[in-house]
Design a protein around this ligand. Structure first.
Ligand code: F6R
Length: 264
């Protein structure tokens, strides 16, 4: 696991945007794994800005999102499909049929999970997976305690995750109880993982993810076993790391080399 610490959130976002852009420059046919959530908003804004400047072309790349709420139609403004359309899909030249999210309204959700897994395999797997982390250490919607080898499945959301998501809905009773999520095993098969965490409220869980033992009580710790995982943090999110590292500006290194940061 490599950890890149930037002094503030905007600089951490710039690193992620630069790493995704470099992946697309290197391989215009890349399969990107995408995440949603507040942490990702500025990442998509950065990618859209590069596209508008003519610096990025999404026309040949394919995308798979980590998760989708069960029971929400893709046109529901709270669905992750709608989120992706707002933040990325409608703003760049991604081909709609090259973008994939699980269908949370499928009549047979188990069959839908299998279809999603098989589609990822058929397209050769995910080259670069973007990740955020929940306050309870979830990745995608793999809630603790979780099976660290799981495949795409239906997950019951924890009370903490539902509380975290309530502000995005019109009331607590509107927050879905279940979601389809790629499993930890699916995520760990991605060629490369990039996890972004910003803000002091993530500091405790980030320290557990990086420095704690691998445990199904903190799903994100499984990323320690991935051969090519980079965690990008702002200084507040890095505040609880015991092996403290002075904030450094890795911008130049990120542009120049594929592996910025320190290794654990
Ligand atoms: C959503 C996802 C989640 C979020 C996590 C952090 O697709 O994968 O694991 O990354 O809940 O959410 P924010 O960024 O809103 O704190």
């Amino acid at each position: 696991m490599k950890v890149v610490i930037q002094s503030h959130a905007a600089a951490a976002v710039d690193v992620v945007v630069a790493m995704v852009a470099r992946e697309l420059h290197r391989n215009p046919y890349a399969v990107l794994g995408l995440a949603t959530g507040r942490t990702m908003d500025p990442v998509y804004a950065g990618l859209v800005a590069l596209y508008r400047e003519g610096m990025l072309d999404f026309s040949n790349c394919r995308t798979f999102n980590l998760d989708e709420y069960a029971g929400l139609h893709r046109d529901n403004p709270h669905s992750y499909h709608a989120y992706m359309k707002r933040h990325l899909f409608d703003a760049v030249n991604l081909r709609p049929h090259y973008t994939h999210l699980p269908d949370g309204t499928a009549a047979d959700l188990a069959a839908e999970c299998l279809r999603y897994e098989q589609l990822i395999s058929r397209l050769g797997g995910i080259d670069l997976q973007l990740l955020g982390i929940g306050l309870n250490g979830h990745i995608g919607f793999n809630e603790p305690p979780c099976d660290l080898a799981s495949r795409t499945h239906v997950e019951e959301l924890s009370p903490e995750t539902m509380r975290q998501n309530t502000p995005l809905f019109s009331g607590p009773d509107q927050v879905p109880h279940h979601a389809i999520t790629m499993g930890m095993g699916t995520i760990l098969e991605s060629g490369r993982c990039l996890l972004l965490a910003t803000g002091i409220e993530k500091a405790e869980i980030v320290a557990g993810m990086i420095e704690g033992p691998v445990s199904n009580d903190l799903p994100a710790t499984a990323l320690q076993t991935h051969l090519d995982c980079t965690v990008i943090l702002d200084q507040p999110a890095a505040a609880r790391l015991r092996q403290t590292v002075a904030a450094r500006d890795f911008w130049t290194e990120v542009k120049a080399s594929p592996a910025p940061g320190r290794s654990f």
